[in-house]
Design a protein around this ligand. Structure first.
Ligand SMILES: Cc1cc2nc3c(=O)[nH]c(=O)nc-3n(C[C@H](O)[C@H](O)[C@H](O)COP(=O)(O)O)c2cc1C
Length: 397
């Protein structure tokens, strides 16, 4: 059992009125010697037994865009009773693809293939959301139906980019700017994908609005150069994201919808001149739709996989958003405990540490050493290597 540091004690017993009702749970946990990250949390209808979330992680092992049986083991290894898991980014349509062997959820076959994976997570008591994704211009003609150009908010091309394993270089072809009339059709692809996710058994969906993919390509002013009602002002740039939220909320209900954002990141040439205003505008706008959670990537993550110093913080957005707040990006155990204890977030999503440590919550509980992740196997197609072969605590010598 890990001892709670004196820093947490002072936070937990402070008279700070900004601390919410959760404070009582944390105080109780302290008395019982529990880590803040391992305290229970009620996310509306979902009773989470701890706050260590599996971050969405693309693994490129869904051959031909079909989820594979090996994902049953991968996800169930990372499932705990009452644990919250977010799936890898899952394509909402044929045009959404940008990388090899990422799963989809637009065909019946894909929906059927997800079912045993979702069932396995449920069998172990996990709560599982599907991350819905459209890569937009982060694609090339090779991934597109009939070899057409990828679609985006813009027709500005991307230069070739190093992937988040810092090894692979992705190649892109210039996108085609969506016409105003086409945009509702793409919004509808997200709605149908959300319906399919529920059909597959997922407990809800997370809209991927981060890391320079299609939704982000509309929000960020480095990318969006439109002159119609989807470009220019902050309100216009966020319209596409909020129409997707609206469409999905109407389809499956607000209690099953989360949104992931990375206002501060400039991954895939998607920076913004005023990320704080963007993050705040989105956090406040989301309140109108009463969605379940807002998941934000820390400003220190300029890319999807590397940590930098940043003077900025997510606290203003955390305060502005009324639902559950999830923070991600560069967290270790200490940092995650502090963020929860200081009420800077409700839940913490772990990416690379969870990828390499299927029993991450247990290791935190025991303050056990962590397996190191191997970047070289993040995206290799092997169904075992670097995927389901990271050892559990009992098997680590
Ligand atoms: C291998 C890998 C795959 C990723 N895939 C996704 C993804 O599918 N969707 C997404 O929103 N973020 C993705 N990310 C970003 C992670 O969810 C997370 O934000 C990032 O790794 C930083 O968190 P960490 O420091 O805990 O790893 C990926 C990152 C890595 C390293």
């Amino acid at each position: 059992m890990v001892h709670i540091t004196s820093r947490w004690v002072s936070v937990l017993f402070s008279k700070d009125k900004s601390l919410n009702q959760d404070h009582a749970v944390l105080q109780m946990a302290f008395k019982e010697g529990q880590l803040p990250l391992l305290t229970p949390y009620k996310m509306r209808q979902f009773e989470l037994s701890h706050r260590v979330v599996l971050a969405p992680l693309t693994r490129q092992r869904s051959y031909g865009n079909i989820p594979q049986p090996h994902a049953i083991l991968y996800y169930s290894q990372r499932t705990t009773k009452g644990g919250f898991l977010i799936s890898e980014a899952t394509c909402v349509s044929e045009t959404a693809r940008g990388y090899l062997d990422t799963p989809g959820i637009w065909t019946k076959e894909q929906v059927e293939a997800w079912k045993p994976i979702v069932d396995a997570v449920h069998a172990k008591g996990g709560i599982f959301f599907c991350q819905l994704w459209h890569a937009g211009r982060v694609s090339n003609t090779g991934f597109q139906p009939n070899g057409q150009a990828p679609i985006s908010s813009t027709d500005k091309g991307l230069s070739n980019q190093v992937q988040s394993n810092d090894i692979d270089v992705a190649q892109f072809t210039p996108p085609r700017k969506l016409t105003t009339q086409e945009i509702p059709l793409v919004v509808d692809d997200f709605r149908v994908a959300a319906r399919n996710a529920i059909e597959a058994g997922f407990d809800g969906v997370e809209i991927h609005g981060a890391h320079g993919y299609l939704v982000d390509q509309f929000m960020k002013d480095e990318v969006n150069d439109r002159t119609d009602e989807y470009g220019g002002s902050l309100e216009n740039r966020c319209r596409f994201a909020l129409e997707i939220v609206d469409g999905i909320v109407k389809e499956i209900g607000a209690d099953r919808v989360g949104l992931r954002l990375s206002p501060f990141a400039n991954y895939m040439e998607s920076g913004d001149s005023n990320p704080k205003a963007l993050g705040l505008y989105m956090a406040e706008s989301l309140n109108k739709y009463k969605i379940l959670y807002c998941h934000m990537v820390e400003p220190r993550m300029k890319t999807a996989g590397e940590k930098f110093y940043s003077p900025h913080s997510l606290v203003p957005m955390r305060k502005a958003f009324k639902g559950t707040f999830i923070s991600a990006g560069g967290y270790d155990m200490e940092d995650g405990n502090n963020a929860v204890a200081e009420n800077r977030t409700d839940l913490v999503a772990y990416g690379r540490l969870f990828l390499a440590n299927p029993d991450l919550p247990k290791r935190f509980e025991l303050n056990a050493p962590l397996n190191k992740y191997n970047r070289e196997t993040f995206y290799t197609p092997d169904p075992v290597l670097g995927y389901t072969d990271y050892p559990f605590l009992e098997t680590t010598s």
